[in-house]
Design a protein around this ligand. Structure first.
Ligand SMILES: *Cc1c(COP(=O)(O)O)cnc(C)c1O
Length: 367
């Protein structure tokens, strides 16, 4: 039996440390905006190689509030266009529409699933103010090229780094390339809290101060409100969990890379297309996503052999009821990807036997 992701086993490895950290927070009597958050923000900014990090309630808020801060700064206004991949999790798009900005869906690369600089450049209009690259499934986008295009056209970059903590291009990590980046610590992410949590990274002091204020009732000083803000804060308990788990993130990434490299070498079934990797450090393998014309059969077959799979994602945002006014838009590549992707288990606690079990089962799949 191979679970898709065994969160209990993942966290059990740090059981004592997590329980001690919990107890410390309980005993401190201080639960919001305290030392754990401050320490985690510093640790995570250091980890990413960015100057600032601002803890928020979840990954979606990290993206929403970043765009909101740019609105408050006068850098974008209602109706402006934000370029976003058609194949992404709905959160990337919700962040745009929540701010009354217009999502401009573009097609990804068929092999890496990520958007490319050339495709971005083809879709820039007078109203385009920002681009929202998503480092999908854990692989960082070609950020050097994207940055060049953004600079050339004066576009802001907001990285959706929710799936890519630690992914690098030329040694520079996801979250340190854009003008801002949003991360999620949803329990199933590579760095997962034990509840909801998120963070924004940036090198801009002005942006960081404003976004922090917006996330805290629009207030920089207690009872003085500069913005019509919201309450979206990272709490002490989750920050304490994350301070423990951040220390082990690189180990877990290596464990995921080891599984991925075994899958890539071992899987030889012609019915299945393996994911393409730019290079080792670029991918942190949040998900191992294969493509096949026989997705349902493959998922059912693996299930019958005790191997659980998931689909990321079954319906692209522009085909969702929530975005009914985009339903007629054609994004053939994106739609094809959504019809053919299947995520195989990739979990840092998988045993060697389980890894081999998945490889053998995939290789024995026939139609
Ligand atoms: C998980 C995820 C988010 C949202 O994070 P939450 O913490 O669940 O709000 C945003 N974008 C992508 C690509 C994600 O995978």
């Amino acid at each position: 039996m191979v679970e898709f992701l065994n969160l209990k086993a993942i966290n059990a490895r740090f059981e004592n440390e997590l329980k001690n950290a919990c107890a410390k927070v309980i005993d401190s009597g201080w639960y919001i905006q305290g030392k754990e958050v401050e320490e985690f923000e510093k640790n995570f900014a250091d980890y990413c190689g960015s100057k600032f990090a601002i803890g928020v309630a979840n990954g979606l808020d990290a993206l929403i509030l970043s765009l909101r801060a740019w609105k408050e700064m006068g850098l974008v206004s209602e109706g402006d266009e934000v370029i976003v991949p058609g194949n992404t999790y709905i959160a990337s798009v919700l962040a745009i529409s929540e701010n009354k900005l217009t999502p401009k869906f573009i097609e990804p690369d068929r092999n890496t699933f990520n958007i490319k600089a050339s495709e971005i450049e083809n879709h820039i209009t007078k109203k385009t103010k920002a681009v929202l690259p998503v480092h999908l499934y854990g692989q960082i986008c070609e950020m050097e090229e994207i940055k060049k295009i953004a600079n050339k056209h004066n576009l802001l970059i907001l990285e959706d780094s929710a799936q890519s903590h630690g992914a690098k291009i030329n040694g520079k990590k996801a979250g340190s390339w854009g003008d801002a980046a949003g991360f999620s610590f949803y329990p199933g992410k590579n760095l997962g809290a034990l509840g909801d949590a998120g963070i924004i990274t940036s090198d801009s002091a002005e942006f960081s101060e404003i976004v922090r204020a917006i996330a805290n009732y629009g207030s920089k000083r207690k009872y003085i409100n500069d913005f019509q803000g919201v309450n979206s804060r990272l709490d002490e308990m989750q920050a304490a969990m994350l301070n423990v788990k951040l220390k082990y993130l690189d180990i877990d990434i290596e464990l995921r890379r080891n599984i991925a490299s075994k899958y890539l070498r071992g899987m030889t079934n012609d019915l299945i297309r393996l994911p393409e990797v730019i290079n080792d450090e670029a991918h942190v393998w949040h998900l191992f996503v294969v493509q096949t014309d026989y997705r349902e059969q493959l998922a059912n077959y693996l299930k019958s052999r005790g191997i659980n799979t998931l689909i990321h994602y079954p319906i692209p945002p522009h085909k969702q009821k929530a975005y009914h006014h985009y339903n007629e838009q054609r994004l053939p590549l994106t739609e094809k990807i959504h019809e053919s992707v299947l995520s195989l288990p990739i979990d840092p606690t998988m045993t060697e036997e389980q890894i081999q079990e998945v490889i053998i089962a995939v290789n024995e799949f026939k139609i």
